[in-house]
Design a protein around this ligand. Structure first.
Ligand SMILES: Cc1cc2nc3c(=O)[nH]c(=O)nc-3n(C[C@H](O)[C@H](O)[C@H](O)COP(=O)(O)OP(=O)(O)OC[C@H]3O[C@@H](n4cnc5c(N)ncnc54)[C@H](O)[C@@H]3O)c2cc1C
Length: 383
């Protein structure tokens, strides 16, 4: 394909690979190629995301990744010259069980120590933030104004555009079929169109990362799991844009979308697979839970829906860092449904790691080996 040898090859032009490419270029590292199997960037999980961006997590590392990322999302239009609307209208988490309210209280105390301006709400506080919510069983909630939602595609395009302008090559329609490893060190990737030589390779292949690991006989514990979203016809009665509203008890979440509401729910019984077909029978369950929390939804028809893949690790946290045993192979994957919101921080941190060997945030908790060591990270706020 090419005699050219790159410093770095990135597998996957989703939001994570695109962000890494941009941040490398920003640091002056432009002899970089992004290899993407689809004909456009961002066509994997990124194009299916609900676009939620939040710092309200309970693991320290998730909060830190979000804090870094939210600042970057706020700067994005100026820094990238791309007009993206980040609806910073907050995430509202609703508790209907006393034990969840107690958990919320503990989480808010911890989050405040990390610098988040999170509010603990009583029933009246929830009602004021979300007058559209059915209140009879609501005990309280939490709210963080800097959370919100945005269209992920705009961020991918922004990152790719700037990365290309600075000299990064983005090869589309090119599937990686193998990794070149020589003397225990990665030396590039194989594709149907030929070999691409690179001193370092980054795996940001999302839900397909396990397959990349299989190419060199290494387990990358990332499982593909179908997740679905549905969007209603416009609902004029709602005060758009509403905060991302999450019923913690049922897991149903919703935010404004095209004048209507995007509704999502993780089916806990969904087995791992690459199935991205929409299951229209699931919409009934989602709609029932959503209408129970927000009665005005009874008046709205579901207009459309889609299915995509979460890229799930055993502890729902990403794997970011070098893979031990294969020199020059770095992982940035397994975001478990939080890859859009954590992409800016990931791009910066991986670029720091690759260019200096050091990172401004301690990435040890996210190391690949934690699964073998049994050192999993706990998180109470996964939807
Ligand atoms: C329904 C749904 C709702 C979601 N909601 C949210 C949300 O609100 N907020 C949030 O932060 N996240 C959300 N997510 C999760 C989010 O979409 C992912 O975490 C994120 O997109 C991961 O980005 P990525 O770049 O790692 O993966 P991807 O976007 O999947 O990118 C990986 C890329 O690698 C390419 N690739 C794979 N294998 C190869 C190969 N062999 N050769 C070349 N290229 C390859 C793929 O084609 C793909 O483009 C949601 C996901 C779904 C499905």
């Amino acid at each position: 394909m090419t005699e050219h040898s790159y410093d770095i090859a990135i597998i996957g032009a989703g939001i994570v690979g695109a962000s890494i490419a941009y941040h490398l270029a920003k640091r002056g590292c432009t002899n970089v190629v992004v290899v993407e199997k689809e004909i456009n960037p961002g066509m994997g999980s990124t194009s299916k995301a609900a676009g939620g961006i939040r710092a309200q997590f309970n693991s320290r590392i998730n909060v830190e990744l979000s804090q870094m990322s939210i600042s970057a999302f706020e700067r994005f239009p100026q820094e990238m010259g791309v007009d993206v609307v980040f609806n910073q209208v907050g995430y509202l988490w609703i508790a209907t069980r006393p034990e969840d309210l107690r958990l919320f209280e503990r989480n808010v105390a911890d989050q405040r120590k990390l610098g988040l301006d999170v509010q603990l709400l009583d029933r009246e506080g929830v009602r004021r933030k979300a007058p559209y919510v059915r209140m009879d069983d609501v005990l309280g909630g939490t709210f963080h104004q800097k959370d919100g939602y945005a269209p992920p595609a705009d961020y991918v395009m922004g990152y790719c555009k700037r990365a290309k302008e600075m000299g990064v090559r983005i090869l589309l329609g090119t599937a990686v079929t193998g990794l070149i490893v020589q003397n225990g060190a990665v030396a590039g990737v194989r594709t149907a169109a030929g070999e691409i030589h690179a001193e370092r390779v980054v795996c940001s292949a999302g839900a397909y990362s396990g397959k990349i690991g299989e190419m060199i006989g290494v387990e990358i514990p990332v499982q593909p799991v179908r997740r679905q979203c549905f969007v209603t016809e416009p609902i004029r009665e709602l005060p758009h844009p509403i905060p991302m509203t999450v019923d913690y008890t049922t897991g149903v979440y919703m935010h404004s979308e095209s004048g209507g509401v995007l509704i999502g729910l993780a089916d806990k019984d969904e087995p791992p697979s690459f199935n991205e077909n929409i299951d229209w029978s699931f919409v009934e369950k989602v709609a029932e839970l959503a209408m129970r929390r927000v009665p005005i939804l009874e008046q709205a028809q579901v207009r459309t829906g889609w299915a995509g893949l979460y890229e799930v690790t055993p502890d729902h946290h990403p794997i970011i860092g070098d893979l031990p045993g294969v020199k020059g192979f770095t992982l940035a994957t397994g975001f478990s449904g939080h890859g859009v919101m954590h992409a800016p921080a990931t791009g910066q941190l991986v670029a720091e790691l690759l260019t200096t060997g050091r990172t401004s945030l301690d990435l040890r908790p996210l190391r690949w080996s934690r699964f073998r060591e049994g050192d999993l990270i706990k998180e109470t706020h996964v939807i």
